[in-house]
Each structure stands twice: as C-alpha cells, then as structure tokens.
Design a protein around this ligand. Structure first.
Ligand code: FMN
Length: 147
C-alpha cells in the first residue's frame, strides 16, 4: 500500500469534491492518504506517491490555490525521482486550446521533477459529465494499485 499525497487545485469546488472522494476511496483500499488543499512543496518529502486533481481557470491557468506551489516547484526544482504520480485534470473542452491547461502544466512539472507517471494525463470534460467525481472514482478503481 502506498503513502499518497493528494494535491488539489480548485476554484469553485468541483476538483476539491472529486479529490475528497478520491481520498475516501484510496483510504478504504488501505492506502495512507493526505489531502493538500493549500499545497506547499515541502509535501514532496512526506509521500512516496502523488495524485494531482486540478481544474483550470482563466485561460489555461492553474487555480490560485496552486499558484504558489507551482511557482515554488519551478524555482527550486525539488526532485521526486522515481516517485509515482498521476494528474487528473478537470476542464471544459469549450475553452478550446486552453482545455485542461492547468492539468497539462502540472503533468509536465511532475515529469520535469523526475516523477514516474503511472498513466497519461487524465482529462475530465465538463461538456461530457456533470459528475467528475464519478469519473475519478472509475479511474481509481482501475489504477489505484499502480501508486
Ligand atoms: C472563469 C473560468 C475559466 C475557465 N477556464 C478554463 C480553461 O481555460 N480551460 C478549461 O479546460 N476549463 C476552464 N474552465 C472550466 C473549469 O476548469 C471547470 O468548470 C472545472 O470543473 C471547474 O472546477 P473547480 O470547481 O474545481 O474550479 C474555466 C471555468 C471558469 C469559470
């Protein structure tokens, strides 16, 4: 079983809600899980796996509650070599080119820090579902053992 840090980026609560459901699910599977809604890069030391659940705001932008984390990680480059991660991006394909922009940035960042992605970026489109948490849980059912 893994020690998983969930990193949340959310403006209106959709990603937050999905992340909370993910925490409950993963804990029920026997993983050790901590949810970070006000993420600080020191959390990279506290876990051996990471799940990022983030929406996108503005034009492809990271939500305000993840801005500092993202900037600090880019500046100080805390390597997470070999640690497993996944990124689940909530977005809306009607935004065109900026679709899931924050998730894409976080996925790239985690790769740059030398984490080991357990799958490609997971995109959840608000044009296709009103229940992003259901999609997150379906994805976790299949992949939680890879953390
Ligand atoms: C002001 C605003 C800007 C948005 N910009 C984007 C965007 O650039 N790309 C995208 O894929 N989704 C965008 N979205 C859609 C949100 O990411 C989507 O609705 C998501 O479910 C919101 O999750 P949250 O409640 O956790 O913030 C935007 C939504 C709003 C309200």
């Amino acid at each position: 079983m893994a020690n998983i840090g969930i990193i949340v980026g959310s403006v209106y609560g959709n990603a937050q809600n999905a992340a909370e459901e993910a925490q409950t699910f993963l804990a029920n599977q026997g993983h050790e899980v901590e949810l970070h809604t006000d993420a600080d890069i020191s959390l990279f030391n506290d876990h051996d796996s990471f799940l990022v659940v983030t929406s996108t705001t503005g034009v492809g932008d990271v939500p305000p509650n993840l801005e500092l984390f993202y900037a600090d990680a880019k500046d100080t480059f805390p390597l997470i070599t070999g640690k497993k991660f996944a990124v689940i991006a909530l977005g809306d394909s009607s935004y065109g080119d900026s679709y899931c922009g924050a998730g894409k940035q976080m996925f790239e960042l985690m790769n740059e820090l030398q984490g080991e992605a357990i799958t490609d970026l997971v995109e959840i489109d608000a044009m296709e579902t009103f229940e992003p948490e259901a999609d997150v849980l379906a994805w976790l059912e299949e992949h939680h053992n890879s953390f």
